[in-house]
Design a protein around this ligand. Sequence first.
Ligand SMILES: [Zn+2]
Length: 297
Amino acid sequence: MKKTIFCDAHIHLSHSKDPHFGENEPYFCVSSCHSQEEFEFLSGASLTRALSLSCAFPFGSGVPPLGSPRSSASLPTGSATAIYPCAFISYGIHPQIVNPSFMESDFSSQLSFLEALCKEKKIIAIGECGFDFFTPDYKASAREQEIVFNEELSLAKKYNLPLVLHLRKSIEKIFTYSRELKKIPAVIFHSFPGTLREAESLKNHGVNAYFSFGKPILNGKKSALDCVTNLPLEDILLETDAPYQTLKGESETFPQDIKRVYEKACQLRNMSLEEFSEALYRNFLAAYSVRTFTASL
Ligand SMILES: [Zn+2]
């Protein structure tokens, strides 16, 4: 029997207390990190052991072959079983850590570290990055967030990498960037905060956008439910953002929670898990250009 492949488009494995995915579980994820230490942990053998991952970041040449992005290429069958569970790594400067003192002390070293990772093809995407105007404190560093984001955007263009975006109370801000966002291979809107109309508008602006949704769809968040129900299937990704984005009464989100998110999305789309997960697997590989990711240890 064919196993269901679960793809988590955005997670923080190094922050999880108990990330468990067993050997040979058909699971792919993109784990975000935001410091050199975190990157070293994620890309090192310790994480691979801790999670019984077949590979943490260095993916080698074992990438399952697929057709062009957004095509209806058939899925690899046998070839994929040897390589999961598998975590890819993205690296970005999180907007919540950006403030005047960060700019003075850490910004330039973080940026050069990020550029080295891009150059050496050690990350699959840049992010999460973007804008957070959720609290007055965060909003106070709007100008600095913009400076940081501009640099990350330039790197994404220069190294042809997707961006994973974090946007809180700042969706309108991203529209001012649509001309620039068109120049990068894909933009993954993590926990997309906008409406269906905003998602459609981003696509109409020519952005190769993917909209990712997590546990808020289990919590009745209207705009997210509307998007998951009505967006073209090829634009959708799912995520946990584990250990964050907990529901009421939960202390932590676990990687395994991706199964609940899939279940809910299947209901909304009125599709079987098998059919839906195949489509999402295709979207995941296309969004992160997995086919062209060939770095090795
Ligand atoms: Zn996150």
